[in-house]
Design a protein around this ligand. Structure first.
Ligand SMILES: C[S@@+](CC[C@H](N)C(=O)[O-])C[C@H]1O[C@@H](n2cnc3c(N)ncnc32)[C@H](O)[C@@H]1O
Length: 342
């Protein structure tokens, strides 16, 4: 990401004022008081956290609180500290929290601030943490959030609607090579350079449907007919860039591990190979530190240099039945570590 001053090589574009947009979104949430996001691998996650020491579990990606509500309903001894950078998710948590008698705490912010947030809320240690990465269904489905190539809306893609930097800045401000790097690094886009060139030539690009069309036209016709929507990878890459989704993940995982007591677990659900590579590496790094052991697969465990490993019986992928019901679960990959020493 270019630090500070972006260089706009094309005509300036209008920006809807952040406060105005936030108000619109809050009104929209108030109008539809439900936050429909079906939690992925909820049975597996619930079982996994049944074995942690009694106390506070961090839900680092609270979203619609689907996992959190399952955990709180299943385990009366558990409290959840929910984090989300999206004010709509926090607003939803505020609505559902009274039914849990003070067992649901929440904080709006990015999950790499987990240590700081726990300190602010006087939570000295945790029993584990869950990261369910990526976007929530309402973020994706609400055209006005500008995440989706399927719904026409303003180019936005900010999870944190109080943040200034949005998809408009990436699409209209990055140089061709920068844009191509984003598409390649965050989504393994084969036609990254062609797409980047087409975007720069079409500036200013203001809407999701305009971007989707530019991308589709930039991809050779035979490739367009395979592998889902031609703009899917471009939208994923830009969303990751806008929200800095990958670069803050290692610190967040490492801080969550540091805050976790012995016997606690850290579970991460990722949805594409770029995320999963980072999770795998972060867990490997933790493994090399004394006292932390990685469970590489739920059905096998590695015993390394005198470390005690707790076997975790949970699948890495969603069941066929869940995928049938909720196609979003098809790309989910679950990785889990358990803390065994300090
Ligand atoms: C897949 S959804 C989580 C859904 C949730 N597990 C449920 O069952 O409803 C991911 C959520 O994480 C939030 N999020 C993504 N990256 C984040 C980050 N770096 N810091 C804080 N929240 C983040 C998004 O705003 C979104 O609401």
């Amino acid at each position: 990401m270019p630090a500070g001053g972006l260089q706009y090589s094309e005509a300036p574009y209008e920006r809807v004022h952040a406060d105005e947009r936030r108000e619109l979104l809050m009104n929209s949430l108030a109008a539809n008081s439900t936050f429909n996001h079906e939690p992925v691998m909820a049975n597996e996650i619930t079982e996994l956290f049944g074995a942690v020491p009694h106390g506070v579990v961090v839900d680092a990606t609270l979203g619609g609180a689907g996992h959190t509500m399952r955990l709180l309903t299943t385990y009366p001894w558990m409290s959840v500290f929910g984090i989300d950078q999206d004010p709509m998710a926090i607003e939803h948590a505020r609505k559902v929290s009274p039914q849990f008698d003070g067992r649901l705490m929440f904080h709006q912010g990015r999950f790499d601030g987990v240590s700081e947030f726990l300190q602010m809320h006087h939570v000295p240690e945790i029993s584990g943490a869950l990261f369910d990465l990526g976007v929530s269904s309402p973020q994706f489905d609400e055209a006005d959030r500008g995440f989706s190539y399927r719904n026409d809306g303003p180019l936005d893609m900010r999870m944190d609607t109080t943040q200034e930097f949005s998809a408009l800045d990436v699409v209209n401000g990055y140089e061709v090579q920068q844009l191509a790097d984003v598409l390649r690094d965050h989504a393994d886009e084969r036609f990254a350079f062609r797409i980047a060139k087409a975007i720069v030539a079409a500036r200013p690009v203001m809407t999701t449907s305009a971007l989707a069309e530019i991308v589709a036209n930039a991809i050779p016709a035979p490739a367009r007919r395979t592998g889902g929507h031609p703009a899917k990878r471009t939208f994923q890459a830009i969303r990751i860039e806008v929200n800095k989704e990958l670069e803050i993940l290692p610190k967040a995982i490492s801080d969550a591990i540091a805050a976790t007591q012995v016997g606690g677990r850290i579970a991460v659900l990722s949805y594409h190979s770029g995320e999963d590579r980072i999770v795998k590496q972060a867990f490997r790094d933790a493994e090399t530190r004394p006292g932390v052991t990685t469970i590489a697969s739920p059905f096998q465990h590695h015993l390394s240099s005198g470390k005690l490993v707790k076997k975790v019986r949970v699948a890495e992928h969603a069941s066929a039945e869940e995928i049938e019901r909720n196609p979003r679960a098809s790309s989910a990959r679950l990785r889990v570590i358990e803390k065994v020493g300090c």
